[in-house]
Design a protein around this ligand. Sequence first.
Ligand SMILES: Cc1cc2nc3c(=O)[nH]c(=O)nc-3n(C[C@H](O)[C@H](O)[C@H](O)COP(=O)(O)O)c2cc1C
Length: 194
Amino acid sequence: MTNVLIVYATDYGNTRRMAETIASGAMSVPDTQVSVKLADDVTKDDLIASDAVIVGTPVHMGSPDWRVKKFIDTVCSRLWMKDSMIGKVGAVFATGSGYGNAGGGCELTMLTLLNNLVELGLVIVPLPKNTPGYHLAGLQWGPYARSAGEKMEQTGVTEERLEAARHHGANVSRIASVLKGHDLFAKPTPVLAQ
Ligand SMILES: Cc1cc2nc3c(=O)[nH]c(=O)nc-3n(C[C@H](O)[C@H](O)[C@H](O)COP(=O)(O)O)c2cc1C
């Protein structure tokens, strides 16, 4: 069984909708168990039990939601210190209103999260540009869905903007199932470890 943990924060439900869509994509892969949790509720044990962690956030002033950052600083950091997450799989997603139609900081937001996941030693799953739905809601870093329309009217995340997210979940699960159980990264020698 491959355990996929999806962590997110939300105020208005857009990022939750995306999290649930990614979960449905992951669950479409046989032998996958998915847990979807608010960043505030995730424990150290949730992370240890996972084979893949997918972190999502609304874009807030060009950066991740503070609750996601709190999760990184309080829960992930303890495992970072112990090297407990090295070799698991990681991925990100985001929603935003995208003021100016140029993303409104979504790339910086996703890169910030990816940087945190790389710090943990996770193997990152990107979103290839030939993914169905990429042209509407994709970036190479992961799915990014606008929750507003051309005139900044609040449309919510529409169904067509969720297609890439569904594939992202399935991609992560498939990749985690292949990597799971393999100990591939170099280890410190006993001398260096002392
Ligand atoms: C405090 C705050 C700051 C925001 N800053 C940005 C921003 O910099 N760029 C952007 O595209 N959208 C921004 N938004 C819009 C949200 O990212 C967008 O509405 C998102 O889909 C909300 O997700 P949620 O429904 O999961 O809370 C901001 C929203 C709030 C509440």
